[in-house]
Ligand binder design. Structure first.
Ligand code: FA5
Length: 339
C-alpha cells in the first residue's frame, strides 16, 4: 500500500489529482482508514505492531502528500508572478488633481491675514432671518433702503441672505466687552435677485468685517481698508474711497480699485468709469449697537463688507464673474500656481 501510494502521489500532475489520491488513501473511506477500522479483527497480540506500521505508512504518505501540495502551490505562485510581471518602464497613468477655486484662494489668504491681526472668523447662516439680515441692521420692515438689495424670500421671516452683515448683529449680541474689543470677519455666500453681467452675479461671496471698541475712528477704518487692498493687489494698484450710504453705517463709504483691464482709462468691464467697486464700509450706526444691547455712548466701531468675487476679478484679471461658477476645469486649472 505504501509503495502504491507513493507511486500515485509521484504521478499526480496537479492539485486536483492529488486531492483525489489523498481521499482514496486517507479519507473516511480510504484504504488506510479501512485497515485501521478492521483492527478489531486482528489478534490482540498483533494489534500494537500492525497499528504502529499503519501509522508509519500514514505519516510517510501524509508527508509525501504535503510536499507534493507545496510543490503545486509554488508552481501556481510562480505562474501567477510570471503572468503579472510589471513593466516598470511603462509611463505612469496621470491622476487628475483638482485645484483650489480662485475665490477660495483669496478667501483663505484674507482669513489668515485677518487672524494675524487678531480677528476671529465667524460663519453665519446662508438662510438668514429678516430679523438679523435687516431689522437688527437698522432696516425696519418699511425702510426704503430695503430696495437696495433685491431679496429672495423663503417665507415672511426666512430669506437667502443678501449680505453677510447679519453676522455683525449675531456677534455683537454675544460679545463680552469686559474681555476686550470685538474684532471679527465673517465670510460666506450671499444671494440677490440681481441681473447677471460681467461684474454682477445672483450669487456671490462677501466677507464681513467688524471692529468695536472704545475710541475707534474713521482713520482706523481707512488704514485697515488700504492695508487689505495693498496686501491683495500689491502696492501699485490705485484705490479710492467714495462717500456712500448704508443704513447700518454713518458715515458710509465705498472703495473702488482701478480697473485691471484698462488701468483706469475706461472700458466695458468697468462701464467706462476706470474703477471697480469692491466693498462697502463705514462707522457702525449707533442703532445697530443699541439693537444688540451695546452702549453706543461708550463703544463705537467700523464695519466693512467686501465682495470676494470682485477681489478675485481684480487680482487675477478675470473678465467675467460667471467664469467662477460655470466650473470649466480649463479656467480653474489656471490658478494652480497661485495656491
Ligand atoms: C453691502 O452688501 C453691505 N452689507 C456692505 C457693508 C458692510 C457696508 C458693512 C457697510 C458696512 P453692497 O450691496 O454694496 O453692500 O455689496 C458689497 C460688495 O459686494 C460690493 O462692493 C461688491 O464688491 C459686492 N457685490 C455686490 N453685489 C454684487 C453682485 N451682484 N455680484 C458680485 N458682487 C457683488
Amino acid at each position: 500500500l505504501k509503495e502504491e501510494g507513493l507511486d500515485q502521489i509521484k504521478q499526480a500532475e496537479n492539485q486536483k489529482m492529488l486531492d483525489k489520491i489523498r481521499v482514496e488513501l486517507m479519507g473516511r473511506k480510504g484504504e488506510l482508514t479501512e485497515i485501521l477500522h478492521s483492527m478489531k479483527d486482528i489478534a490482540p497480540e498483533n494489534r500494537p505492531k500492525v497499528g504502529q506500521e499503519v501509522n508509519q505508512v500514514r505519516d510517510i504518505l501524509q508527508k509525501q502528500l504535503d510536499e507534493a501540495k507545496d510543490h503545486f502551490l509554488q508552481a501556481v505562485i510562480a505562474k501567477k508572478l510570471e503572468e503579472e510581471k510589471i513593466d516598470v518602464t511603462l509611463p505612469g497613468r496621470e491622476g487628475h488633481l483638482g485645484s483650489k477655486h480662485p475665490i477660495n484662494i483669496i478667501l483663505d489668504d484674507l482669513e489668515s491675514y485677518f487672524i494675524g491681526m487678531g480677528y476671529e472668523v465667524v460663519q453665519g447662516p446662508e438662510i438668514e432671518t429678516d430679523h438679523y439680515c435687516f431689522e437688527m441692521m437698522n432696516l425696519p420692515k418699511d425702510h426704503p433702503a430695503r430696495d437696495m438689495q433685491a431679496t429672495f424670500y423663503i417665507d415672511e421671516e426666512d430669506l437667502l441672505r443678501t449680505q453677510t452683515s447679519g453676522d455683525q448683529a449675531r456677534v455683537l449680541e454675544k460679545h463680552d466687552f469686559s474681555k476686550g474689543p470685538l474684532k471679527m470677519v465673517g465670510p460666506g455666500k450671499v444671494y440677490r435677485r440681481d441681473d447677471d453681467d460681467a461684474t454682477h452675479s445672483h450669487q456671490f461671496q462677501q466677507m464681513e468685517g467688524l471692529v468695536v471698541d472704545k475710541n475707534v475712528t474713521m482713520s482706523d477704518l481707512k488704514g485697515t481698508l488700504e492695508m487689505i487692498a495693498k496686501h491683495v493687489f500689491g502696492q501699485d494698484r490705485k484705490t479710492r474711497l467714495r462717500p456712500s450710504y448704508f443704513p447700518f453705517t454713518e458715515p458710509s463709504v465705498e472703495m473702488d480699485v482701478s480697473c485691471f483691464n484698462c488701468n483706469g482709462k475706461g472700458c466695458p468691464i468697468c462701464k467706462y468709469t476706470g474703477w471697480i467697486e469692491v466693498l462697502g464700509a463705514g462707522m457702525v450706526h449707533p442703532n445697530v449697537l443699541e439693537n444688540a444691547g451695546v452702549d453706543s455712548t461708550v463703544y463705537g466701531g467700523f464695519a466693512f463688507g467686501l465682495g470676494l468675487d470682485r477681489f478675485a476679478i481684480l487680482k487675477y484679471g478675470i473678465s467675467d464673474i460667471r467664469d467662477f461658477y460655470t466650473n470649466d476645469v480649463r479656467f480653474l486649472e489656471q490658478f494652480r500656481k497661485e495656491e
